[in-house]
Design a protein. Structure first.
Length: 320
């Protein structure tokens, strides 16, 4: 579930971070969640895992750096950035370790920290090109930042689409291999475990069945589910649409929502709902691999990649 994460230190740049958050939310809307505070960590939950999970669900991490970002200390006078469990440090480490685009965002006349001023775990931050947000020209500066952020999000989406395509091709190869094994009369249990979870069937026999997946389209809707801190969580519904005669041929539909490292897989066998599934989350997935199993026993699984965010925009346009 792609998003934008604003990493900042409250005693350093809370005003700048809040103003930046509001502008980004206004520009991107609910389809592109903007995270600013991790207020959703429950009592007893591992906050390190929570931070890593939230950060890695984003395409871009904006590190808001003010004049006191580097020198901020705790109540004991210890430099916060040198502490292994400092939230800001953990957020940046999580993004750098997973090759998420990290954009240092300088505010209040701050300068970019040098590598020798940073903990070893954050040395890579010093090599990231920074962008300056000027108080005197805030909106033009943020417009430039938005353009850079959109470019980074687009690149991340392309990578996910390539990964989804590779996954579909890999699954197809597994299906073909398993079908050959079945034709040779070998039992599924005699072969690698990766084949056991596949619903394997021989080749298609009818031309109409062969094009079922091409006659479907993805549909989606959303509504606000709850507010967690400053963020809005949404309830999403996803289903397929197509001619009634085509939908009647389908036994079940599996949805694979692609976003590493937190993909989501769910399935529906309910034709009355048009094989709808639901989830609660921060945003839509731009890559969804839909796998259709037909009622005809001789039919092979069919796969197709859709963009859920585009489907959501179509739904909103229709409602308007």
């Amino acid at each position: 579930m792609p998003g934008i994460f604003i990493c900042y230190r409250r005693e350093d740049a809370i005003g700048h971070a809040g103003r930046l958050h509001d502008r980004l939310v206004q520009h991107f809307g609910p389809g592109q969640p903007v995270f600013m505070d991790i207020d959703s960590v429950e009592p007893g939950e591992d906050f390190v895992d929570a931070i890593q999970g939230m950060v890695t669900s984003c395409d871009v991490l904006l590190v808001v750096i003010g004049r006191h970002w580097l020198t901020a200390t705790d109540e004991d006078g210890q430099q916060r950035l040198e502490q292994p469990h400092d939230f800001v440090r953990l957020e940046i480490e999580a993004a750098l370790d997973r090759n998420i685009r990290v954009i240092p965002t300088l505010v209040g006349g701050a300068r970019m920290p040098r590598s020798q001023d940073l903990p070893d775990a954050l040395n890579k931050l010093a090599r990231r090109q920074a962008i300056e947000i000027s108080d005197s020209s805030f909106h033009p500066s943020v417009t430039k930042l938005i353009a850079v952020t959109e470019k980074a999000i687009s690149a991340a989406q392309q990578q996910r689409q390539m990964a989804a395509k590779a996954m579909v091709e890999q699954t197809a190869r597994k299906v073909e291999t398993a079908a050959l094994l079945i034709e040779e009369g070998q039992k599924r249990e005699e072969h690698p475990g990766e084949l056991r979870n596949l619903d394997i069937a021989p080749s298609l026999t009818g031309p109409e069945q062969d094009t079922v997946i091409e006659r479907l389209r993805l549909a989606a809707s959303s509504r606000q589910a709850e507010q967690v801190g400053a963020q809005h969580k949404y309830h999403y519904k996803v289903w397929i649409e197509g001619p009634a005669v085509v939908l009647a041929m389908i036994r079940n539909v599996q949805y694979y929502f692609v976003y590493e490292p937190n993909p989501l897989t769910t399935r529906s066998s309910d034709p009355d709902s048009k094989f709808a599934v639901n989830y609660n989350g921060w945003g839509c997935y731009d890559t969804v691999v839909v796998t259709v199993q037909l009622k005809e026993q001789s039919a092979q699984l069919q796969h197709r990649t859709f963009n859920m965010c585009s489907a959501l925009q179509v739904s909103r346009s229709s409602d308007d």
